[in-house]
Design a binder for this molecule. Sequence first.
Ligand code: PRP
Length: 228
Amino acid sequence: MASSTITEKQPSMDQAPTGGVFEVNHPLIQLHLTRLRDESTQPALFRQSVRRLATLLAYESTKDLTVCKTSVQTPLTETEGVELDKRIGLVPILRAGLGMVDPILDLLPRAEVWHLGLYRDETTAKPVRYYDKLPAQHPVDVAIILDPMLATGGSAMAALMTLREWGVKKVKVVSLIASREGVETVESQFPEAQIYVCQVDPILNDQKFIVPGLGDAGDRIFNTLDFD
Ligand code: PRP
């Protein structure tokens, strides 16, 4: 996929997106992403920036959720309101995805949270599963995979496959940063998935790290950088 394809898929408020990669271009996103990229950003500010970006991406990535009408009593009269009409599941990929859960739950207070444990093997860069407690039946209507980083795309695709097997019909991936190679790989294997990112970076280096990137989000969120 060429970069122009990403640009073409800039989401607009009046059009429900289908599958594809949506690079959400906004000055506030660029501002807080710069804090994440900065190697001098300490864990507290890093976590805060993750939360702010997760909120901004949640706003954009949920604009096609459907609602049903409800009534509400204001202090003055009864009027119309809305409720979300679908079961929504947040699917954080452990560990780093945990940093995005609370700000999105603030916006979707009735969402369910289904954790998936995946880490990337340091030698092979392939995802290794270590936690999955999805029930056999009753899939959510809409699943939102949360992971700050999409590098090779292996972890995202493992999560997408798990959700497909669960029977989820509509899946979104919300990542703060991605590599071009990674989003192209995921898009080719799961063309129906909507991938929302702050920015798609051009390079995946020999160690399969996103460049320029932001380092390892999990280590920077949980302050474990010096123990690898
Ligand atoms: C990182 C990141 C993603 C994955 C991305 O997790 O949070 O889950 O790697 O890489 P991929 O697209 O090549 O699969 P990591 O393995 O560092 O685990 P952690 O969240 O526990 O830090």
